[in-house]
Design a protein around this ligand. Structure first.
Ligand code: IPE
Ligand code: IPE
Ligand code: MG
Length: 244
């Protein structure tokens, strides 16, 4: 099912939050919430693709999530392993290109090679793009971009006074991906938690009460409807004001 009204939006980013609370409400261990979160991710990837979007970027493990107990961290890594192992074949067949954004140096070797394998296996796919932000922090991303630009200056390729926001943009982890038009955060938390700080400069933010394990096509379509009712002015005037 491809709907025509999706032409206005290509890229949705999601902060998948609330797995722990979902489990707690049911008297279950937090890890069960994370497991159900993987199912929600599956549903959401399919819904985004069927809706005609081109990119989905999901926040799956933040650079701050290392503060959690070791057992929970290893469970989250385990789930990523399971997701890639179980879903890669289908993602590949469905034309999904998988990319991972984040700091790769902190990851266990087997996780890193699995992620690199998923990227290599799906490199030629063009139907849909799934970007997994794993061990990701926007400040890390922007800092490494600044480092790249500083190196160009140091090498004499660029003058410090000539540095523009395009130089920084193009040194980000995925420079070729358009900024998200819509960010969804689940679980009634109203902050960005160090996600895509550069790319979200003019993104429409939609915060929903639904806990991540309960998210799916219906919640996605609702958020897209909220997005469509927004007026994006980018610092200009509303269409009405501009013509009066
Ligand atoms: C989101 O759910 C998953 C990750 C952050 C990895 P949480 O684990 O943050 O769930 P809550 O916020 O404690 O409910
Ligand atoms: C943000 O959720 C990170 C991910 C969803 C991966 P958190 O649950 O870690 O964020 P805070 O701590 O509530 O800000
Ligand atoms: Mg949380």
């Amino acid at each position: 099912m491809t709907t025509d009204h999706q032409a206005d939006i290509q890229h949705v980013a999601i902060i998948m939050d609330g797995n722990g609370r979902w489990a707690k409400q049911r008297g279950l261990p937090r890890n069960v919430g994370h497991e159900r979160g993987v199912e929600a991710l599956r549903r959401t990837v399919e819904a985004c693709r069927d809706t005609g979007l081109s990119y989905l970027t999901v926040f799956s493990f933040s650079s701050e999530n290392w503060k959690r107990p070791a057992a929970e961290i290893s469970a989250l890594f385990g789930l990523l392993r399971i997701y890639v192992r179980q879903d890669l074949k289908r993602l590949k067949e469905d034309g999904v290109r998988v990319r991972v954004m984040g700091n790769r140096s902190g990851l266990p070797d087997d996780v890193l090679s699995l992620l690199e394998f998923a990227e290599a296996e799906t490199r030629e796919n063009t139907r849909f793009n799934l970007n997994i932000a794993f061990n990701y922090g926007a400040r890390d991303e922007i800092t490494q971009a600044c480092r790249e630009v500083a190196k160009q200056v140091e090498a004499g390729e660029l003058k410090a006074d000539d540095v523009t926001s395009e130089h920084v943009s193009s040194a980000l982890w995925f420079a070729d991906i358009p900024d998200p038009e819509l960010l969804i955060r689940t679980s009634a938390e109203y902050r960005l938690s160090n996600f895509l700080l550069w790319q979200l400069a003019y993104t429409e933010l939609v915060f929903v009460d639904c806990l991540w394990p309960d998210f799916g096509e219906e919640q996605l379509l609702n958020a897209l409807n909220v997005y469509r009712q927004r007026e994006r002015r980018f610092g200009g005037l509303s269409t009405q004001e501009a013509s009066s």
